[in-house]
Design a protein around this ligand. Structure first.
Ligand SMILES: *Cc1c(COP(=O)(O)O)cnc(C)c1O
Length: 407
């Protein structure tokens, strides 16, 4: 779409019109969560005002409507991701839930045992770190870490050396929420596969910013959260390759995930239902599909081009500021992280807030990555379709003012 206009997009987001501390809100914390457009809010509201019923079990009219809407949403998500089939799409509560589902079904499968190895990277969010540590503790496996180079990218030579016949899983993020680094997941997955490992991608920061073609990525699992791509909190997705989903055991037991229950024996449902015990976030799933419709209406490539321009402009503007360190490589996606000599990121973030500028400060749930760079955290500006060049000018001006106050 050539007529991409952030001003028109902003009109869809009611929250962006407000003032904070008497200043227009400049929302640059999209890697933590994105704002929601009217089109998505309306779908959530309409679900509860006209469709609400429990799914998959009612003969009555509303239950059938709700079930159809829920399964339509699954198909929309499958199409958006270019999955092979909708049965590969499992509704979860978010990325964290999705990754814990993977680690727990792998743990229960008996596929990973003492002496086996699981590879993650030094760029991971805690939610793609801690569940694997917990799995390793359970089964006696070892966690191996792909090192991070000085420029914030992964050391792929070291990755090759880590791979061996002991490697059972390789799990990395597609895009780093802390530094905006894009990992070459096609390469990582193909190498991991050649070594016989199961591949998992944390897609929380790639899904909002670029085309995701799971048949091209060729990973076994891909996880993300709805709330980072203009949908509500409390809904997420785990994509899993169908044959693996069919083979692996379930984790949570309850309603929906069964075919037949007696006290002696329970037979499990087929994927994806086998992994969806209990009543799901029905409204959230439908709203997530509406968010994908919203994104596709604008065009994910148009959003990507706009955000790339914002990041490039931001890195040029910010690099002129005295004493700044920018982290990560030059071709960042979604986020830019930085610090100033002699200034604590928290103090800077607090001053920026007084100017209406919403940035994230701290470790971004990536403490091992911060430790790798010898820092406690950074300031992070992260972008969405509705951000503008003018907002980056406000950020640069705000940082200059704050530097005068702090130095
Ligand atoms: C936000 C995020 C997560 C965790 O997502 P939740 O919605 O908190 O479950 C995991 N990985 C990355 C890269 C993230 O940005």
């Amino acid at each position: 779409m050539s007529d991409f206009d952030p001003a028109r997009i902003r009109d869809d987001f009611p929250i962006l019109g407000q003032e904070v501390h008497g200043k227009p809100l400049v929302y640059l914390d999209n890697a933590a969560t994105t704002q929601k457009p009217e089109q998505v809010l309306k779908v959530s509201q309409e679900y509860y005002s006209s469709l609400n019923a429990n799914i998959h079990r009612g003969v009555h009219h509303l239950s059938q409507l709700a079930t159809a809407a829920h399964e339509d949403a699954r198909r929309t998500v499958a199409t958006h991701l270019n999955a092979h089939r909708p049965e590969e799409i499992i509704f979860t509560s978010g990325t964290t839930d999705s990754i814990n589902l993977v680690t727990n079904i792998l743990s229960r499968s008996g596929k990973i045992s003492s002496g086996d190895e699981i590879i993650i990277s030094g760029l991971e969010h805690h939610s793609n770190t801690v569940p694997w540590q917990m799995l390793c503790e359970q089964v006696g496996a070892q966690l191996r870490i792909i090192p991070v180079l000085e420029n914030g990218t992964l050391d792929l030579d070291a990755f090759e050396n880590l791979l061996s016949s002991k490697t059972k899983v390789v799990s990395v993020n597609h895009v780093s929420n802390a530094f905006g680094t894009v990992n070459n997941v096609i390469h990582i997955c193909s190498q991991a596969k050649a070594a016989g490992a199961i591949t998992v991608i944390d897609g929380a920061q790639s899904i909002p910013h670029q085309v995701i073609d799971l048949q091209l990525l060729d990973c076994d699992f891909y996880a993300f959260s709805g709330h980072k791509v203009y949908a509500p909190t409390g809904v997420g997705i785990l994509y899993g390759r169908y044959d693996l989903l069919a083979e692996l055991p379930p984790w949570r037991g309850g309603g929906e995930m069964i075919k037949e229950v007696t006290f002696d024996h329970t037979t499990y449902n087929d994927p994806p239902y086998k992994y969806e015990a209990g009543t799901p976030n029905i409204e959230g799933g439908i709203a997530l599909a509406a968010a994908f419709d919203y994104v596709n209406n604008i065009g994910i490539n148009a959003i990507n081009a706009h955000e790339t321009r914002l990041i490039q402009y931001a890195s040029e503007s910010l690099s002129t500021l005295p004493g700044i360190t920018l982290y990560g490589p030059e071709n960042r996606v979604g986020a830019i992280s930085f610090n100033f000599d002699g200034v604590h990121h928290f103090d800077m973030g607090t001053l920026l807030d007084q100017m209406g500028l919403a940035l994230r400060t701290g470790h971004h749930c990536c403490q091992p990555l911060m430790a790798r760079f010898g820092i406690t955290g950074t300031l992070r500006a992260s972008f969405a379709a509705y951000n503008t060049i003018e907002e980056i000018d406000l950020l640069t001006a705000g940082l200059n003012r704050a530097l005068d106050m702090l130095r």
